[in-house]
Design a protein around this ligand. Structure first.
Ligand SMILES: Nc1ncnc2c1ncn2[C@@H]1O[C@H](COP(=O)(O)OP(=O)(O)OP(=O)(O)O)[C@@H](O)[C@H]1O
Ligand SMILES: [Mg+2]
Length: 642
């Protein structure tokens, strides 16, 4: 059997021989605790100094136990505290949110089957990328059909697939591998993998094959080594100690060259006497450095963290979540934060998206006050209803595009006439719901078909390809065969990428651009929607290259896919623009104002249209009219204020 290159990691299902990798999400083990903690603690200048004094008892002015007792107490107290911090980390590996202890094996899994149709599986990846929206993963159809029909423990324990994949690495968004099962090879990618750190949602159960465990999991590879962290204050203190030692050394030297030296003369040998006198003075002056200061520091830190945990001002009632000091030695650094970096969607905004307006063939529908879902009151009714009642071919295509071009899943519950949508992207959910309100209801999808009800008539589109969305591409497309037979590409994405891919002399362009400006002024998120009729010959040729790409090594494949996607997403005809509102969360402008007052510099990262981002910046008081925009990067840009 020939494997793609680089797949050197081998995991066999139900074979304990292969499960020999160690797991580790803690720093200390019984064996390493003592050497590690001593090594860490003697990085502190004062501890070293006292050790030195202890080690030369002959010259000590005070009995040895006078130095050894405080030093030992410091080492023990500090060591125990570090151990306690480490235990907390080990017991609550990634998130402290769920306060239940489940006996678990932290691992990255290959999804084999789940309770949902087609073995889909919804995951929340907030601990990995901070995004709160759901993403979906799907099992291979081979394992799905076999293991879901009777998902008993026997069937699973008889599963004897072998996975060949990349060595453990820190790349969270890619995975390459192959499942060998019953003489067949199935290629695996990120979509089949459930990473440690993600949380399963809306899925009753899922079975998986462990691919990486413990410290080999992607998230642990990605977070680097657990380091000893020290606060700025402690660093200053360390420097002070070194300073004091130098002063003591200097004054001892001065004194030992004056008459004072006679006090401690104990030997006839002048060199030996000099040595003893020198060190005796150092020890005499040692109280200049109170060793107890470290203990006091640690006690203050611990008590402070208790205060943080109990602070009612930092308690969020809605989710019953108090503040939690995960590290008890960095408290005072909280007051030293200089920069705050924030994401926009979902962090500043509610991530609760409403379809407000749209522009179809140059004509704007809706207004910024009423959303489509509140159209049953006020004048808006006419406007959106006009869309529903006399749909011209272009507006129909526009909403067909919204109903087809997405990765939303439809879930049917008994007794309901409309499906519930599960979406990885909240934008897409809003768009599919909008299309549904206007009579183009997305009903279901399988691997090969999308079924839509168009004003009451069921139509089945064959799904030929999904050209997926990435933040870099800023667009996504679907290639479908219409029930009548023609091949069509529906594409939606950021205005700057869609507008440069339009056919020459595209109609309604000026009016559409004007609408985009208006929407951005109203802080709305915009997406351009476009279509292309694909000639049969082009599709045939394109498909061949696509099949070839599937068997290539990752880097070559990605480059080829990019050019392939580019070839398909050209000569587009613009259908219109959608405008979605994402309101600011409660208290955002006030919080930003407070942070600024405290001297913090706030940076916001967003992939949104520049104008929309600027307007949101103004509305959340992040920007004031005099603010200077520092930098706009090509793909993802930053709003900054000084
Ligand atoms: N599902 C999607 N399909 C097509 N295009 C999309 C989709 N989601 C976003 N886009 C476009 O791609 C751009 C970049 O998306 P990305 O997710 O990186 O940023 P964003 O969600 O707008 O950023 P932020 O979360 O900071 O607001 C968006 O501004 C939008 O124009
Ligand atoms: Mg997004």
């Amino acid at each position: 059997m020939v494997f793609p290159t680089g797949l050197t990691w081998e995991v066999k299902a139900n074979s304990s021989f292969y499960h020999k990798h160690k797991q580790k999400n803690y720093k200390y083990s019984p064996l390493t605790f003592l050497p590690l903690t001593l090594f860490e603690q003697f990085q502190r200048a004062a501890n070293l100094y006292f050790l030195l004094i202890m080690c030369v008892p002959i010259i000590s002015a005070v009995p040895w136990y006078v130095t050894v007792i405080p030093l030992l107490s410091v080492l023990i107290i500090r060591g125990l505290k570090d151990l306690a911090n480490d235990l907390v980390r080990a017991l609550h590996p990634m998130s402290l949110r769920d306060n239940v202890n489940i006996s678990c094996l932290p691992a990255d899994l290959l999804l084999l089957s789940s309770s949902e149709p087609y073995s889909l599986c919804y995951v929340e990846t907030a601990d990995i990328d901070g995004e709160t929206n759901l993403k979906y993963r799907q099992a291979l159809s081979a394992t799905h059909t076999e293991l879901t029909s009777q998902p008993s423990e026997e069937v699973l324990s008889a599963f004897d697939g072998v996975v060949f994949c990349e060595e453990p690495n820190n790349r969270l968004y890619t995975f390459r591998g192959q499942l060998q099962w019953r003489g067949e090879g199935f290629s695996l990618d990120n979509e089949h993998i459930l990473l440690r750190g993600t949380v399963l949602r809306n899925t009753d159960w899922a079975y998986g094959l462990t691919v990486y465990t413990g410290s080999d999991t992607k998230i642990l590879r990605n977070c680097g080594k657990v380091r000893v962290k020290t606060t700025r204050m402690e660093k200053v203190f360390n420097r002070l100690v070194v300073g004091i030692v130098l002063c003591v050394v200097f004054s001892t030297w001065v004194m030992s060259h004056t008459q004072f030296q006679s006090v401690l003369v104990v030997d006839d040998n002048p060199i030996y006497t000099g040595f003893l006198v020198y060190w005796s003075y150092i020890i005499l002056l040692s109280p200049a450095m109170p060793i107890a200061l470290y203990i006091t520091f640690d006690m203050i830190h611990t008590i402070h963290s208790l205060f943080i945990d109990c602070d009612m001002e930092m308690y969020w009632q809605q989710t019953d979540r108090p503040a939690q000091a995960r590290n008890t030695s960095l408290n005072e650094d909280l007051g030293q934060v200089g920069y705050l970096l924030s994401d926009k969607t979902g962090t500043l905004t509610q991530n609760h998206l409403l379809f407000r307006q749209c522009c179809i063939a140059g004509e704007i529908f809706g207004n910024t006050i009423t959303s489509l879902f509140h159209l049953y009151s006020g004048d808006e009714r006419k406007c959106f209803h006009r869309l529903r009642e006399d749909q011209c071919p272009i507006s129909r295509q526009f909403f067909t595009a919204l109903a087809l071009c997405h990765t939303v899943m439809a879930q049917w519950t008994e007794g309901k006439y409309i499906p519930v949508y599960q979406a990885a992207s909240p934008d897409e959910e809003a768009l599919v719901c909008a299309a549904r309100e206007l009579g183009l209801v997305f009903l279901s999808r399988t691997r090969d078909f999308i079924v839509v009800s168009e004003l009451g008539i069921k139509r089945q589109y064959e799904l030929l390809a999904v050209l997926d969305f990435t933040s870099k591409r800023r667009r996504m497309s679907v290639l479908v065969r219409e029930p009548e037979g023609g091949v069509k590409l529906f594409c939606k994405g950021a205005d700057i990428v869609i507008l440069e891919r339009l056919e020459e002399d595209c109609p309604h362009l000026d009016k559409t651009e004007r609408a985009l400006e208006l929407f951005a002024e109203a802080c709305l998120r915009t997406l351009c929607v476009a279509v292309r009729s694909v000639p049969e010959a082009l599709w045939g040729q394109w498909r061949k290259t696509l099949t070839k790409a599937a068997t290539m090594a990752t880097c070559d494949r990605d480059a080829l896919l990019e050019t392939l996607y580019d070839q398909m997403e050209t000569d587009l005809l613009i259908l219109g623009v959608t405008a979605i509102e994402d309101r600011l969360q409660e208290g955002v402008p006030e919080t930003i104002a407070l942070l600024q007052e405290a001297g913090l510099k706030v940076w916001v990262l967003t992939g949104d249209k520049k104008e929309t981002a600027i307007n949101i910046g103004y509305s959340c008081k992040l920007l004031d009219p005099e603010a200077r925009l520092l930098e706009w990067q090509e793909l993802r840009f930053l709003i900054a204020i000084g």
